[in-house]
Design a protein around this ligand. Structure first.
Ligand code: B3K
Ligand code: ZN
Length: 867
């Protein structure tokens, strides 16, 4: 198969532009008719033909300035029209098949709802167009549909006319006055329940808010609407940014490839990120609803008003918008647990991506299938890069830079360089070195070494940085990064370096290495590095357990305190893996007990500190992982942890009284801490009763799921019983049942594959619904370490068999789930070989999608780079 790779360096401005679009859409399940009238203009002095993108379209007719023409050429993916005037009206009529559109890109019909997904390149599946983000047009869209089946007809902007048609049909015309790229186009038709509200902006504009949900789900909508209002207010207060249309609509649908989409004025959401109430949603679900609602709203400025010139610039909008939603969530909840959440994503997923064949900078250079680049690198590492800018410039200047960015570029399609240039204009700091973060991939490693000279009473600490080669780049340069730094002694005193290179606890590391000197110190100091995860780096700072416990006690930075324990757990698990559990001495256990006792009242910190690093995180500080050995080591450590700390853990559990459910910061932290503790206690005989009691008395989904998840570590029969009772209660609620599917999929059991096969027959499971597929198959591939990595290769084969099937209908979701398989290089050769066999099967498949082809072929071509 030959698939074209697109390169960032090949960017050419468009030869034509389209300034106005009028569309007439007659909905029909298998033959929807789209008539588009485009105002087209040649850009510059040339005689090239007009080439429009289009896929899976049946072309009915083409007219230029009102006259039918046959003078065009069609391919699978384009329509070329030669000899067009410099400026003209183009009318194109096409027919499409929404019902059989199972890829969920373009216009599709699922569960009786028509909806669209156009980012990145889905608009070309609706009509022929210049489907690229630097072509901005205004849109007027008329939708026709059956009035009974589709009483609601929506598109971007404001409704300007409506009427009745023949045979029980009706129509609505929508106008969006803001020029936009076609990826922000949206239409919806269906029969919904609607929640309405109103928001008045600081400058007095009244905005109607409308939230469309499935019939009968209205009671689960208010939290999303409240979140929207909080986001609107926050963006005004924090960035001075107001909404710019009279109406803001959100539609929740069940069939959606990702979380949500920021279409102008008409966001479309996966219902998972809209619907929430205490019975059916966990605290984490509530959190996610609020943050995704905010994320899509924030895109209105960072993405929609200022958009991307080309898709290589995706991080321009995504990195920035993730950073903004992170700031918002931290303000709405609490900075510490938020920061830990981001770091977990970076360590579990982004570092793994950097180490894999899919490694790419936050602004990629080469792409085969754009949908493959909505990655943790572009999004989350992208947000880390913006965060570093925020750290370097400070809050005020960062805001000034943002103001300047909007002043310069409102209404334009721009690049990451334009963003950095706007930031540069407000600071003395030279950002040219910093900008390397946009083009260099890979995870930098900061190595800390130190020496104490007892006679001279001097301590020196050296920090050096090194970015290992990645699949896409073999030469790496030192980066410019802010490294939060502190030096303490074992009693908790803080020290300043002689030359004061550390200012306000921050060291600017822009060379391969830097050495700090500390004079007149009477004992060896403990370097505390990368507070608040000030740069997206790995740190190697091997410290003995007593120093890690001292950091936990005395460091100023709460993230450092949490991280010291993570490092300690990682070290302990390594001792177990080496067959030396006794290296985890009584004094270490005592230190950990003290942590629990000392922080018993600090539910937020304690809850986080009692989470043992996940298997995936542990993999990132190791290479050629022997899966079985590491998994057993982690399990044995968790078991001993529960046993050794049983008494203080039990006390914490019993002392946390959460009362009636409310979604407040305090209550969330208390429930979280209690459930983390229960998860440990469930490994002990005395934990069984607690689990059962909590499950039976819970008045909310958080505690129910807390009990259920804990139960899997205890008695198998009891766990099965609880699972069955959960299913009984929620069998009609697929969104809730997804939690149940995921729990099944991550179970450690010998018959896991036949078990999942059985679940695929569950009345609520459907291969056509991405949420179900992610819950059952995705959870297995990503998180069932024992099952997926079964030494006979059966787990890999199972996932591959499924992907071969899924790829035929939904390549986007298939390409997500293949990720763990493509990261074979992290595991010991016995696993690698078996993973590669399955990747080979995928590659040999006739008609494999571009999505899978890109990831699989890169993965198989990957040679582990020597450092
Ligand atoms: N911009 C969309 C993601 C589109 C993904 C296309 N495969 C949602 C978001 O990041 O806000
Ligand atoms: Zn986004």
């Amino acid at each position: 198969m030959t698939i074209k790779t697109k390169r960032r360096a090949d960017y050419m401005p468009p030869a034509f532009t389209i300034s106005d679009v009028k569309m007439d859409v007659v909905l029909h399940p298998t033959a929807a008719r789209i008539t588009s009238y485009l105002t087209v203009k040649r850009l510059g002095n040339h005689h090239e033909k007009l080439i429009l993108d289009g896929e899976k379209l049946v072309l009915n007719s083409v007219k230029i300035d009102g006259k039918i023409t046959q003078d065009y050429e069609q391919t699978d993916s384009s329509l070329s029209i030669p000899n067009v005037p410099n400026s003209f009206q183009l009318e194109v009529i096409t027919t499409i098949d929404p019902e059989n559109n199972k890829a969920l890109e373009g216009l599709y019909l699922s569960s009786g709802v028509y909806c669209t997904q156009c980012e990145a390149e889905g608009f070309r599946r609706i009509t022929y167009f210049l489907d690229r983000p630097d072509v901005l047009a205004t849109y007027e869209v008329t939708l026709h549909g059956n009035k009974n089946k589709y009483p609601t007809l929506l598109a971007n902007g404001n409704p300007i006319a409506r009427g009745e048609g023949d045979n029980g049909s009706h129509w609505v015309t929508w106008q969006d006055p803001h020029p936009k790229p076609c990826y922000l186009f949206a239409m919806v038709a269906g029969d919904f329940d609607v929640l309405t509200d109103e928001y008045t902006t600081t400058s007095g504009r009244k905005v109607a808010l409308e939230l469309y949900v499935d019939k009968g789900k209205k009671a689960r909508g208010p939290f999303a609407l409240e979140s929207l209002k909080r986001a609107m207010k926050w963006d005004e207060d924090t960035y001075g940014l107001e909404y710019d249309l009279d109406i803001y609509m959100i539609v929740a649908v069940d069939f959606f490839n990702m979380g949500a989409m920021e279409n102008k004025g008409l966001n479309i959401f996966n219902s998972k990120f809209v619907l929430a109430d205490q019975n059916s949603a966990t605290d984490e679900d509530f959190f996610n609803v609020e943050s995704v609602i905010a994320h899509e709203y924030f895109h209105n400025w960072t993405g929609n008003r200022v958009t991307c010139r080309d898709w290589f610039q995706l991080s321009l909008k995504e990195g920035l918008t993730v950073f903004r939603d992170q700031q918002f969530s931290a303000d709405m909840t609490s900075p510490l647990s938020n920061r830990i959440k981001h770091v977990r994503v970076m360590r579990e997923h982004q570092f793994a991506e950097d180490a894999s064949a899919m490694s790419h900078p936050i602004r990629p250079d080469e792409v085969m299938e754009m949908n493959n680049f909505y990655t943790v690198t572009v999004y989350d590492k992208g947000a880390e890069v913006i965060r570093m800018l925020h750290t370097l410039l400070g809050k005020k200047k960062f805001r000034k830079g943002m103001d300047e960015y909007f002043r310069r570029h409102d209404g334009q399609a721009v690049t990451c360089d334009d963003f950095v240039a706007a930031m540069q204009s407000v600071t003395e700091l030279d950002l040219s070195h910093f900008a390397l973060w946009y083009s260099q991939s890979g995870t930098p490693l900061i190595t800390v070494s130190h020496q104490y000279d007892e006679t001279a009473k001097r301590m020196s600490v050296t920090l050096s940085q090194h970015t290992p080669k990645t699949a896409d780049q073999s030469v790496k340069r030192p980066l410019f990064m802010p490294v939060a730094f502190d030096c303490i002694d074992s009693k908790g005193n803080h020290y300043q370096d002689d030359e004061q290179r550390v200012k306000n606890n921050m060291l600017l590391l822009n060379e391969p290495s830097v050495t700090l000197q500390f004079s007149d110190v009477t004992s060896a100091l403990i370097p505390v590095v990368l507070g608040n995860f000030s740069a997206p780096a790995k740190v190697k700072n091997p410290l003995p357990s007593e120093d890690l416990l001292a950091i936990f006690r005395f460091a100023r930075d709460a993230f450092n305190r949490w991280d010291a324990l993570q490092q300690l757990y990682d070290w302990c698990i390594e001792q177990y893996a080496l067959g030396k559990p006794e290296a985890v001495t009584a004094s270490i256990w005592d230190g950990l007990k003290e942590v629990v006792e000392r922080e018993a009242q600090n539910h937020e910190l304690l809850g986080e500190c009692l989470v043992i690093p996940s298997f995936e995180t542990l993999c990132q500080s190791r290479s050629l992982v022997d899966v079985e050995q590491l998994r057993q080591a982690r399990r044995a450590f968790c078991q001993d942890f529960a046993q050794e700390l049983a008494t203080p853990l039990l006390t914490v559990y019993k002392n946390i009284h959460t009362g009636d459910y409310e979604y407040t910061l305090e209550a969330v932290n208390a429930r979280r801490c209690r459930n983390v503790v229960l998860n440990h206690l469930a490994r002990l005989p005395q934990g069984q009763e607690l689990v059962c009691k909590q499950f039976n008395s819970s008045d909310n989904m958080t505690d129910t799921m807390g009990a259920l998840k804990a139960a899997q570590h205890g008695d198998k029969e009891q766990f099965e019983k609880l699972l069955a009772s959960f299913e009984q209660q929620w069998r009609e609620e697929p969104l809730v049942l997804d939690k149940w599917f995921a729990l099944h999929a991550t179970q450690e059991r010998d018959d896991i594959l036949s078990h999942i096969t059985l679940l695929r027959e569950h009345p609520q499971f459907s291969i056509g619904n991405p949420n179900r597929v992610r819950a059952l198959i995705g959870s297995f591939a990503f998180y069932n370490t024992a099952g997926f990595h079964a030494i006979d290769g059966s787990g890999y084969k199972f996932v591959t068999d499924y992907l071969l099937m899924l790829d035929k209908t939904n390549p986007q979701v298939a390409a997500r789930i293949v990720t763990p398989l493509t990261q074979w290089q992290n595991y010991a050769p016995v696993y690698q070989e078996k993973m590669k066999v399955q990747l080979g099967r995928l590659l040999n498949e006739k008609g494999l999608s571009r999505d899978l082809f890109e990831k699989v072929s890169k993965s198989l071509a990957y040679d582990t780079p020597s450092q």
